[in-house]
Write a protein that binds this ligand. Structure first.
Ligand code: GAR
Length: 196
């Protein structure tokens, strides 16, 4: 029987391990969707990962497009013959414009490496998050999937997963353990999103 798959675009800026989790879950049929585009705001390893699976990739460099970046992404997403339903921010570090977010209201989700609202907001990304968690002597950390609104990491949470902070943790070891949970949480979040 012909199966209709939900089409998604994945926006990335980094190593793309979350993207890899999405790809693998699509490949093993745990996730019933299709990646129409992987879009990066800089040259990054995530793009290589997408190319390995022959997924359409585009790099729209933030340093070239500046304030027009969101507009350019939107043009790309709207002027394709694919009907893209959702946008997944998987380690994407540029801020999307208010117009873009309005246009895709409740259709963009982001994964963040902390238990939001703690350790979110401007400048809180990657290792900086885990460093701040350790400096504040937190006993637990984790990750959050949330809808994207016009604030930074302020959109409605969808799901969270906790990770204990261990006595000898460094930002790197904590990041690694949180990332493992991210790969699980992101898939659960996408499943929830596409089954709405
Ligand atoms: C992930 O930890 C993700 O939560 C974080 O960037 C990393 C990307 O890793 N995102 C943010 O900090 C957004 N504020 P990946 O490229 O290996 O998926």
């Amino acid at each position: 029987m012909f199966e209709i798959k939900t089409k998604i675009a994945v926006l990335v800026s980094g190593s793309g391990s979350n993207l890899q989790a999405i790809i693998e879950n699509i490949e093993n049929r745990s996730l019933n969707c299709e990646i129409s585009y992987v879009i990066a705001d800089r040259d990054c390893y995530a793009i290589e990962r997408a190319k390995n699976y022959k997924i359409r990739t585009v790099v729209l460099e933030r340093k070239i497009f500046g304030k027009r970046l969101s507009e350019e992404i939107n043009l790309l997403l709207k002027n394709t013959d694919e009907e893209i339903s959702y946008i997944i921010l998987a380690g994407y570090l540029s801020i999307l414009s208010k117009e873009f977010i309005q246009d895709w209201n409740k259709k963009i989700i982001n994964i963040h490496p902390s238990l939001l609202p703690k350790y979110g907001g401007r400048g809180m990304y990657g290792l900086k998050v885990h460093k701040a968690v350790l400096e504040n002597g937190e006993k637990k950390s984790g990750c959050t999937i949330h809808y994207v609104d016009s604030g930074i990491d302020t959109g409605k949470p969808i799901m969270k997963m906790e990770v204990p902070v261990l006595k000898n943790d460094t930002p790197e070891t904590l990041q690694k353990r949180v990332l493992e949970k991210e790969h699980i949480l992101l898939i659960e979040g996408i499943k929830k999103l596409i089954s709405r």
